[in-house]
Design a protein around this ligand. Structure first.
Ligand SMILES: Cc1cc2nc3c(=O)[nH]c(=O)nc-3n(C[C@H](O)[C@H](O)[C@H](O)COP(=O)(O)OP(=O)(O)OC[C@H]3O[C@@H](n4cnc5c(N)ncnc54)[C@H](O)[C@@H]3O)c2cc1C
Length: 385
């Protein structure tokens, strides 16, 4: 058994046997599972030896290809990624800090995340009503001004996943030199949560917050990288974080498909099991095709990242193909299960809501297609002009 398969097998068993029974726990709220539930699940994961399974004791990460196996296993329940500490945004934040933080920054901000004791938030997007950064991050309005040995940050942020309850923040702001990233301890009185948004999804602890930042003073040694390097650093996180979302939600759709398949085999209508009606059987057959295509697309992109390439175009292609395929799969699972599909009796309804949101975060489908179209034009010009 390879290293990736061995870890993934352990994680899958833990998620199916130990985590899945918590799926209807009353601590799973509309703004995500409570931190008490997160800590209870992490205690179980620690005891089972599957906490933070993608980072090895020496701090190195599994390969992207191995990560794909492990995170797909974690995603077999919407609670799985947070139980084993591979959830968004922490997993992407851990990856970025592992690559870009100084040893002192790692000890202070990364170690509590790897040990599963703390959560983090990534502050980039700004409210549409303010005309701030969204699909186009260059529209960033939040400012960072140098003041002696400190930076002073002011602005508003929106959709900040997990800000409520996070202990580590990565804040992106515009300095004179350009976009710049800062590490901050949370909570901080200068970072006020205006409200937690009521969103379609409900798997991420703390939900998604609108945040007001007023005169946040950050010591210069808490800058990640150098002034003006914010977008360059964001690139490090971008492609892998997109792909890990694909991995986790593929696991959830795999499980939703299993639940719908079970329903279609047990439930009868018009004298035979639903699955024997071609309309239902074909939906499940199409799921099988989409699941395999999504898996292959993820593995292909993971192999590209494992060469050390940035994988910008490849991860855009994978994100579009996988998120759209997962939406189709989740929708078919709901349909196959009739009324039960839209109830909270199984995770199918939640998975449908979660993958709908996934078509927007980490780059909406249209933005990825737009950037790929620019590449198509660029490549054409290279060979034709
Ligand atoms: C559940 C969730 C969690 C999130 N978590 C975080 C987080 O933790 N931290 C953070 O910083 N941000 C987070 N975000 C924000 C996310 O990154 C943004 O929603 C995303 O970048 C889109 O920005 P916007 O919502 O402002 O959409 P807009 O920029 O207003 O775009 C709206 C729509 O316009 C279309 N569009 C835009 N540009 C183009 C183009 N060039 N070509 C064609 N169509 C286009 C797309 O269809 C797009 O969906 C989260 C969002 C969601 C929904």
């Amino acid at each position: 058994m390879t290293r990736g398969t061995e870890i993934a097998t352990k994680v899958a068993a833990f998620v199916r046997e130990t985590v899945a029974p918590y799926e209807r726990d009353p601590r799973c709220g509309t703004h995500g599972p409570s931190d008490a539930l997160v800590q209870e699940l992490r205690g179980l994961a620690r005891a089972a030896g599957v906490l933070t399974p993608h980072i090895l004791p020496d701090g190195s990460h599994l390969t992207h290809r191995e990560t794909a196996q492990v995170l797909r296993a974690a995603g077999l329940s919407p609670l799985g990624p947070l139980a084993v500490n591979v959830m968004a945004p922490d997993e992407g934040n851990m990856y970025l800090l592992g690559k870009a933080a100084s040893p002192e920054q790692k000890a202070r901000f990364l170690d509590p995340l790897v040990s599963g004791k703390a959560r983090s938030a990534f502050f980039m997007t700004e409210p549409a009503a303010d005309g701030g950064a969204g699909s186009d991050p260059s529209m960033m309005l939040t400012t960072a001004v140098a003041d002696g040995n400190h930076w002073v940050v002011n602005g508003r942020k929106a959709f900040i996943t997990g800000a409520e309850g996070a202990r580590v923040g990565i804040v992106m702001a515009k300095a004179e030199e350009g976009a710049t990233m800062f590490l901050v301890d949370l909570p901080d009185t200068a970072i006020r949560i205006e409200r937690v948004l009521d969103t379609i999804d409900s798997s991420m602890p703390g939900g998604h917050a609108v945040v007001q930042i007023t005169d946040l003073r950050i010591p210069a040694d808490q800058m990640l990288g150098n002034p003006g390097e914010g977008f360059k650093l964001a690139q490090i996180r971008l492609a892998p974080a997109r792909l890990t979302h694909c991995m986790r939600w593929l696991g959830s759709c795999q499980r939703a498909h299993e639940i719908a398949t079970d329903y279609a085999n047990r439930r009868h209508a018009f004298g035979k099991p639903l699955i024997d009606h071609e309309g239902v059987g074909f939906m499940l057959a199409e799921n099988l095709i989409d699941l395999k295509q999504a898996e292959l697309m993820i593995d292909w992109c993971a192999d590209v990242l494992d060469t050390g390439a940035l994988g910008t175009a490849e991860s855009s292609m994978a994100k579009v193909a996988v998120s759209e395929a997962l939406m189709r799969i989740a929708d078919r699972c709901v349909q196959v299960m009739g009324g039960t599909g839209v109830t909270g009796d199984t995770i199918v309804e939640q998975v449908f809501r979660e993958v709908r949101a996934f078509r927007i975060y980490d780059g909406p489908t249209e933005v990825h297609k737009w950037s790929l179209a620019k590449k198509v034009k660029r490549d054409w010009r290279t060979t034709n002009l």
